[in-house]
Design a protein around this ligand. Structure first.
Ligand SMILES: Cc1cc2nc3c(=O)[nH]c(=O)nc-3n(C[C@H](O)[C@H](O)[C@H](O)COP(=O)(O)O)c2cc1C
Length: 352
């Protein structure tokens, strides 16, 4: 189930989706090390062409990667043609294997300035951006779109054809409109329709969480699947799906491995950022990954309210003893309404 983006071999159909505020270098490293051989492509968080071309150091940090995170695609967003070309060249110079343009972000602060999903409403400008960038870089150019702007404008197919004609080498579609945000379910029929019509590889995105959803999504005819949110709640998800797609059994990691994973992530984060940044990211993963452990609500509460990393770590160690001693409630915790609100705010604040 390999495919190629131009001459670049994508050895697994499973791709780590770009997620702003999540898929930084440390998170990609965690996913790479937790899922050896199972991730075909890593995508960075989206990077503003306005900030990157003004040499904002944070953007250079966002383009950093390690040798385990290859191939790597650097995703950029914005509107201005000159800056888009310059930003793409900067990503290429930084060592990206692919440059991806974001045309799916629904965030008001992005679309108001003409970037993200707004490009789907401006096909002529989109074509200029794509062919302008394509001429200036040697690595493959890819595009990520949504199903459309809203239910009256589901123009993914029109935009995809235009993208192919403009030199894009792979197209990814999140099967929701901008208006839908993250509500409801991704429409895999529209994704399948685009996959059928295009000669370049098409990758689908939306609600792939396990082997069943992966198999069903692959039936649409796409070459690859992007996995986003499920990688936070189940960072082993790539290995889980990859092994089962290849007919192998999958050994579900033990509950205690959830703690090992969080401690490993903390080490990776501290190589990249100060404690203040790291604690935010640790709370982000803790609020999700702990849900796989029955009876984890009290610990989740303590972890997500920790004031320092040492407090966080001492809660983890106490939890480890509890888990090993078996003194935890076996009933599964589904998110309560307060948790759901927190998650929604997190997603809506950051999403694209
Ligand atoms: C927190 C968050 C941040 C996201 N940031 C980006 C982004 O920077 N660029 C992008 O193209 N898509 C972004 N997305 C969309 C995802 O790449 C993906 O298309 C979407 O979440 C649907 O896939 P999923 O159901 O596997 O999460 C983001 C999604 C989430 C939840």
């Amino acid at each position: 189930m390999q495919f190629k983006i131009d001459n670049l071999a994508i050895k697994s159909p499973l791709i780590l989706a770009p997620m702003s505020g999540v898929t930084n270098c440390a998170f990609r490293e965690l996913i790479a090390l937790t899922n050896p051989g199972a991730v075909g492509l890593f995508v960075t968080e989206f990077i503003s062409i306005e900030a990157l071309t003004r040499q904002n150091p944070k953007c250079f940090q966002m383009m950093k990667y390690t040798s385990t995170q290859r191939p790597i695609s650097v995703q950029i967003f914005g509107y201005d043609l000159k800056r888009m070309v310059l930003a793409a060249k900067m990503a290429e110079d930084a060592g990206a294997d692919i440059v991806d343009i974001n045309s799916g972000c629904p965030a008001p602060k992005v679309v108001r300035k003409g970037g993200g999903c707004e490009l789907m409403r401006q096909p002529e400008h989109m074509a200029k951006l794509l062919s302008g960038v394509k001429k200036e870089i040697k690595i493959p150019l890819t595009l990520k779109i949504r199903a459309g702007w809203d239910s009256d404008s589901r123009n993914a197919l029109e935009i995809s054809k235009l993208a192919e004609e403009s030199g894009v080498s792979m197209l990814a579609i999140h099967g929701r409109t901008k208006a839908e945000g993250y509500r409801g379910f991704a429409d895999w029929d529209i994704i399948g329709n685009v996959a059928e019509e295009l000669s370049i590889p098409v990758v689908g995105s939306g609600d792939v969480t396990d082997i069943e959803s992966a198999k069903k999504s692959l039936e649409s005819g796409v070459k690859g699947l992007m996995i986003g949110r499920a990688s936070l709640s189940n960072p082993w998800v790539f290995r889980e799906i990859h092994q089962q797609l290849n007919g192998n059994d999958y050994q579900v990691p033990s509950y205690a491995e959830t703690i090992d994973l969080m401690q490993h992530y903390l080490e990776l984060l501290l190589k990249e950022m100060p404690e203040k940044g790291a604690i935010g990211k640790m709370k982000q993963i803790a609020s999700q990954v702990t849900r796989r452990v029955p009876g984890s609500k009290p610990i989740r509460h303590r972890l997500t309210r920790s004031q320092s990393l040492s407090e966080f770590d001492s809660h983890l160690e106490a939890w480890r003893s509890e888990l090993l001693g078996g003194s935890f409630d076996k009933e599964f915790d589904s998110p309560n309404s307060e948790d759901r609100e927190l998650l929604k705010t997190n997603y809506e604040a950051r999403t694209c």
